[in-house]
Design a protein around this ligand. Structure first.
Ligand code: PMP
Length: 385
């Protein structure tokens, strides 16, 4: 069948996303290129978790599961989320999803009506805007302050009448960890409103602050209106396994489950069994990887401090640095130029208009690649002037 005979137009929903999406496909890598562009751990999934999946297949976990998630996994997740929140959470308040991505999609499509305003920080993870546009909602990006934290005054203003606020903490792409004070302000701004909050805490185990990480679920006034989005991808190095979950008020979770079962069906049954093993046995693996990322963060900051015309705020979480640069060139053009110098990074503009003038570098890379990659970045920048 030739495509020329088809008078096909993608749906309006797809066209809205295509018109607005900032997500860029990564160009093909060629030999010798060092990539600091990836958004995933370079570690293999810990052996115990891999073995649990193989065993689950052997044990016959090859059928559909409960559409809302394997009951044993949901019970374990309810206990974990309840522990974080400090009050009981039932398995009915948990939805197991195909990665964090499907949890975000289920939440946004369950909550947002055409014309609804959805507020998020700018820059932020670019999937949020695409999902809001898919749902027909109106994106309201609120630029961050120069220190990459929330501009509370602008946020308070934008939140009036909003259906939803979406954010990630720690932040992709900035590496910022939002504080208890910022979260308390958010609770204040949304008090007595119908605004829901979608807290994407995908990187919550990858934090390098002295003070313990504060989840939105731990903040009085915020917890009750929070949809908590989590994934096994980052903390357990399980990106390819595609498992995440959503937790929140039962009626919202039921609506999100309707979306998820309609689009995805139940999650992979053997992977859900392996996830139980991850939850119950992999804390030491998480700390081992966190420590390695901590050392690589130091290494990257050290190297970046030697590059002229680049200014980096110390990232406190996730595995990204988000330096600004002095050169007057758009970040997408700079990224193209840097590839010619043998290093792949991401343009700040991919994460929102306010990300322009920045680059996102991942330190989930081998130490020698971090050193050589940042040196190539330095040489590339120097070649501009
Ligand atoms: N949230 C954030 C902030 C992310 O960076 C990512 C992955 N890049 C995800 C969610 C989704 O991850 P996954 O679908 O693999 O769980």
């Amino acid at each position: 069948m030739t495509s020329s005979s088809l008078a096909f137009q993608p749906s309006e929903a797809v066209q809205r996303v295509e018109r607005t999406s900032l997500r860029t496909a990564q160009p093909q890598s060629r030999g010798g290129l060092i990539s600091l562009a990836m958004g995933e751990p370079d570690f293999a999934t810990p052996p115990r978790i891999r073995m649990a999946a193989a065993q689950a297949l052997e044990d016959g976990h090859t059928h559909y599961t409960d559409p809302q998630g394997d009951p044993e996994l949901r019970a374990a997740l309810a206990e974990r989320v309840g522990g974080l929140k400090g009050s009981a959470v039932t398995p009915g308040q948990i939805l197991v999803t195909h990665g964090g991505s499907a949890a975000l999609a289920a939440a946004i499509l369950a909550v947002v009506n055409p014309g609804d305003r959805v507020v998020f920080p700018d820059p932020t993870y670019s999937l949020y805007a695409d999902l809001v546009n898919l749902a027909g909602g109106i994106c309201v990006p609120v630029p961050l302050r120069p220190d990459l934290h929330w501009d509370l005054e602008a946020l308070a203003e934008a939140l009036h009448g909003a259906a939803l606020f979406v954010f990630c903490n720690p932040s992709n792409p900035t590496g910022a960890v939002h504080t208890a004070e910022e979260l308390a302000a958010l609770a204040d701004f949304t008090a007595d409103s119908g605004t829901l909050v979608l807290a994407d805490e995908a990187y919550s185990e990858l934090v390098h602050t002295d003070a313990p990480f504060v989840s939105a679920l731990q903040v009085p006034g915020l917890a009750e209106r929070t949809l908590y989005c989590q994934t096994f991808s980052k903390s357990y190095a399980m990106t390819g396994w595609r498992l995440g979950y959503l937790a929140g008020p039962q009626e919202v979770i039921a609506a999100a489950a309707r979306v998820h079962v309609t689009i995805n069906g139940s999650a992979n049954s053997a992977v859900q069994r392996a996830a139980l093993t991850a939850l119950n046995t992999a804390d030491a693996d998480i700390s081992r990887m966190r420590q390695a990322y901590g050392a690589r963060r130091t290494l990257m900051l050290d190297e970046l401090s030697r590059v002229k015309g680049v200014h980096t705020r110390t990232p406190q979480g996730a595995f990204y640095a988000f330096p600004s640069y002095d050169a007057s060139i758009r970040s997408a053009d700079l990224v193209r130029h840097l590839r010619e110098h043998g290093v792949a990074v991401r343009p700040g503009s991919e994460f929102g208009a306010a990300g322009e003038g920045h680059l996102r570098l991942s330190y989930a890379a081998a130490p020698k690649d971090i050193v050589e990659g940042v040196r190539r970045l330095g040489r590339g920048l120097a070649a501009l002037t």
